[in-house]
Structures are given as C-alpha cells and as structure tokens.
Design a protein around this ligand. Structure first.
Ligand code: UDP
Ligand code: MG
Length: 148
C-alpha cells in the first residue's frame, strides 16, 4: 500500500477550497491515514522544497507556503496522509500539472490555480514519487500519528 502526502496550500485555504479538494481526493477511494493543521516555519518550508534550493523562485515559494501572500491566519496549511494502491499517481492525476495554465481544466490546479506574486499558487501539493512521499511524510508527521 502506497502512502502520499497532501498539503492544502494557503491560496486554497483563503479561497475556502478545502472541502472541494478533499471531496475529489475522497472520490479516489483511498484511505485517510492522518490529518492535521500545521504551522509552516521557514525551516519546514525550505526542507519540504529542498529540491527547489538554488532556483530563482525558491524564496517566493517559501513565502507563499508560509502564508505571506494570502489572507489566512497563522501561517497554516492542512496536511493529510492518504494510503492505497497507486495513491501517488492517482492523486497527481486529479490535481494536474504544476502550471495552472498547462493543467487540464478539469483538474484542481487547472480549475483553481493561478500565478500571482511571482509564484505559482496551485492550491495543493501531492508527493511525486515513493521516495518523495516517504521523506515528506516523515517531515510533516510523527510515525505515531499515522494510522496503519
Ligand atoms: N513553483 C513556482 N514556480 C515554478 C515552479 C514551481 O512557483 O516555476 C512552485 C509551485 O507552487 C509548485 C512548487 O513550487 O507546486 C513545487 O515545484 P515542483 O516543481 O515540485 O512542482 P509540483 O511537484 O508541486 O507539481
Ligand atoms: Mg514536486
């Protein structure tokens, strides 16, 4: 059984899209294994996006994940672990590709994402590979918070 990390990003929180996004993820038939409201420190944001270190946009992405570009309280994101067969690919399929202008219009990012303040505000993060998922889940959750 594969596990994947989902983050509802600050733009989606501001736009009140949490329910819409979870409804679509729930339709995949995966099992929810953990959920929390997480306060995003700069350290956590930089570790989560360690693969973006050195890019010209990393600082703006970190600020975005800390809620600096959206009208929300407490630098929060909502974090979820879902598990199930092919969980990673199934979730990536329905969220769409990174750039909302290129994402299929029926996907979450295609429908609700936008480029603003020099950053792609695309509503949701989902792990891209098993290696990423393991690293990301360990970053956002303690082992005992995951229900097996
Ligand atoms: N991002 C951005 N500009 C870019 C590339 C990425 O603002 O040119 C942001 C965007 O929010 C994206 C995140 O950084 O979701 C992580 O980038 P990645 O390439 O890992 O895309 P993802 O895996 O989220 O589709
Ligand atoms: Mg990625």
């Amino acid at each position: 059984m594969e596990k994947t990390l989902i983050l509802i990003k600050p733009d989606a929180i501001e736009k009140r899209l949490t329910g819409v996004i979870l409804d679509r993820i729930e339709s995949l038939g995966l099992q929810l294994a953990s959920a929390k409201v997480a306060v995003v420190t700069e350290k956590l944001a930089r570790e989560h996006y360690a693969n973006l270190a050195g890019t010209p946009f990393v600082d703006n992405v970190v600020k975005f994940m800390m809620g600096n570009f959206n009208n929300i309280e407490n630098r929060r994101v909502y974090a979820f672990v879902y598990k199930g067969e092919d969980a990673i690919a199934k979730v990536r399929h329905i969220i769409g590709v990174t750039d909302p202008d290129k994402a299929d219009p029926w996907t979450i990012r295609g429908q609700f994402g936008q480029k603003k303040n020099g950053v792609i505000q695309n509503c949701v993060h989902a792990s891209g590979s098993q290696e990423d998922a393991e690293r990301e889940i360990a970053l956002w959750f303690k082992p005992e918070e995951i229900v097996e």
